[in-house]
Design a protein around this ligand. Structure first.
Ligand SMILES: [Zn+2]
Length: 133
């Protein structure tokens, strides 16, 4: 059995992004706007980009970000399930402890000074570059 996981070379597609659910939502709003139907994830195996709106037409819209949309739309994407690259920490709620889920990364680049850039240390690099100018 092959247990290796392949990750793309982009820094935000490495398994180093551990953010809260609130940070994920904040980053998604910065990248795609306030309408969650326009938010999109990228499959780290095949690169397919799927929006929440596209997931609404599948038989399991709650699987968004957890598997490649190719599992539900034949001829598109692949069948990968998420083993990352992002780890989203869910808040504790009604007797349940805080826990985390591995999920696909949001599509697009980290927003400058946004939550993902801060996790990756990109925000600090950008601000120090600005300070040198
Ligand atoms: Zn895929």
């Amino acid at each position: 059995m092959n247990l290796s996981v392949d990750f793309a070379p982009r820094p935000d597609l490495r398994p180093t992004v551990r953010i809260s659910l609130a940070e994920l939502h904040a980053e998604a709003r910065l990248r795609f706007g306030d309408d969650p139907l326009n938010w999109a994830t990228v499959c780290p195996s095949c690169g397919d980009i799927a929006t929440v709106r596209e997931w609404e037409s599948t038989s399991d819209p709650y699987a968004v970000g957890a598997v490649c949309i190719g599992r539900y739309l034949p001829g598109r994407g692949c069948t990968r399930s998420a083993a990352g690259p992002w780890q989203v920490v869910m808040p504790a709620a009604e007797g349940a402890r805080a826990h985390s889920h591995w999920c696909f990364a949001l599509a697009g680049e980290p927003t400058p000074n946004g939550p993902v850039a801060q996790v990756l240390g990109l925000a600090a690099l950008a601000s120090s570059a600005e300070n040198r100018n």
